[in-house]
Design a binder for this molecule. Structure first.
Ligand SMILES: Cc1ncc(COP(=O)(O)O)c(C=O)c1O
Length: 358
């Protein structure tokens, strides 16, 4: 077996333990004589996986029974549309923060449905950043306020959650369960699974039931949160294999403990930021106080050097370090399952590269 150091922003590295367990059970799931992909989603084997996945998420997030844990297809992008379809009615306003490409994408969808107020924006700022809490201007009576806690492309992360006065909703696709958050402050959080939770195509949605109950009922069945709540995300055939991988990943997180993962994430990011800041060769692209612990973005003195850096890193087993096509540069994504050894390898490569090219 040969595994690379995979710095992909998503789909991203998954815990090796989870992959190996899935591999061992792939052809014959626990003596059932079939794989997870081949069995009924109404059978007892799948039922146990589905409900364990929900229980794991509830436990890890510290959620009370006021919340429902839902599995919805269509990734985080469908949530950009489903959210306003369910809650943003005619004559109402929803507040959005725009701090980057993902905030912009969520706003674009919401505007197709109803009235959006931009409570703060800094998506075009260089260095990239999140808005300060004092910049945010919330609308009295807004139906909800939407934030993106980690802008995956810009490499920025909100370090303190705002108090908005209306139900708070967060796209946490790229930092869910990676740092301490009081999830009880949110009416809804959602995340595409492909970074910290499992494979792509699946979105985890956690929603307060009393908030969901206020949703628009004049929607097709599959677009209503209430359907997923009433049917325990089993109204139709769910993405069973994705939910199975989320189950294994959350099981691994419980074993690791969140406390240990949070500290490890902080330490991993700090190692890379220290390497960036130690001389003038590398330049971090995000404002220091909003630097993301998940997606670390930086530049080299020239684009030519960046290309050589990516190529040479790849030759020694460090892949997917190219920044997003919209911004260029280097991006090292180091989610929960990214090993410390990979970060140490990158830091040592950065020092060596600088010696050879600085
Ligand atoms: C913060 C954030 N939101 C939304 C998305 C879109 O997710 P999906 O591709 O699952 O629709 C991404 C994808 O990278 C993301 O990073």
């Amino acid at each position: 077996m040969s595994r690379i150091h995979n710095f992909s922003a998503g789909p991203a590295v998954l815990p090796l333990e989870a992959l190996q367990e899935a591999q061992a059970d792939l052809v014959d799931y626990k003596g059932s004589g079939m794989s997870i992909m081949e069995m009924s989603h109404r059978g007892k084997e799948y039922d146990a996986i589905h409900n364990e996945a929900i229980a794991n998420v509830k436990e890890l997030m510290g959620l009370s029974d006021d919340y429902a844990v839902l599995f919805i297809q269509g990734g985080a992008s469908l949530q950009f549309a489903m959210l306003p379809m369910n809650f943003l009615g005619q004559g109402q306003t929803a507040d959005y923060i725009n701090a980057g490409s993902w905030g912009t994408a969520a706003i674009k969808q919401a505007r197709m449905i109803g009235n959006v107020n931009i409570a703060a924006e800094c998506h075009k700022d260089i260095p990239t950043r999140m808005p300060e809490l004092k910049e945010m201007k919330w609308t009295p009576g807004a139906v909800y306020s939407h934030i993106t806690t980690n802008e995956t492309i810009a490499g920025t992360q909100l370090k303190e959650m705002p108090v908005t006065g209306s139900p708070l909703i967060a796209d946490m696709s790229s930092d869910i369960l990676s740092c301490p958050v009081d999830y009880s402050k949110f009416a809804m959080v959602y995340a595409g699974a492909q970074k910290n939770l499992g494979p792509s195509g699946l979105a985890l949605v956690v929603i307060r039931k009393d908030f969901a109950a206020k949703g628009n009922i004049a929607l097709p069945t599959m677009l209503k949160y209430q359907t997923f709540i009433d049917e325990n995300s089993l109204y139709n055939t769910p993405p069973c294999f994705g939910i199975y991988m989320l189950c294994l990943t959350t099981r691994w997180m419980k074993k690791m403990t969140l406390q240990k993962l949070f500290k490890q994430n902080r330490d991993k990011a700090q190692l890379i930021y220290d390497a960036i800041d130690s001389t003038g060769f590398y330049r971090g692209t995000a404002k220091k106080e909003f630097r993301s612990d998940m997606n670390i973005t930086f530049r080299l003195p020239t684009e030519e050097l960046e290309e050589i850096f990516i190529k040479q890193a790849s030759e020694v087993g460090m892949k997917q370090l190219k920044g997003h096509r919209m911004v260029g540069g280097i991006r090292a994504s180091v989610y929960n399952a990214f090993p410390v050894a990979g970060v140490e390898a990158l830091v040592s490569f950065m020092k060596d590269f600088e010696k050879r090219n600085g």
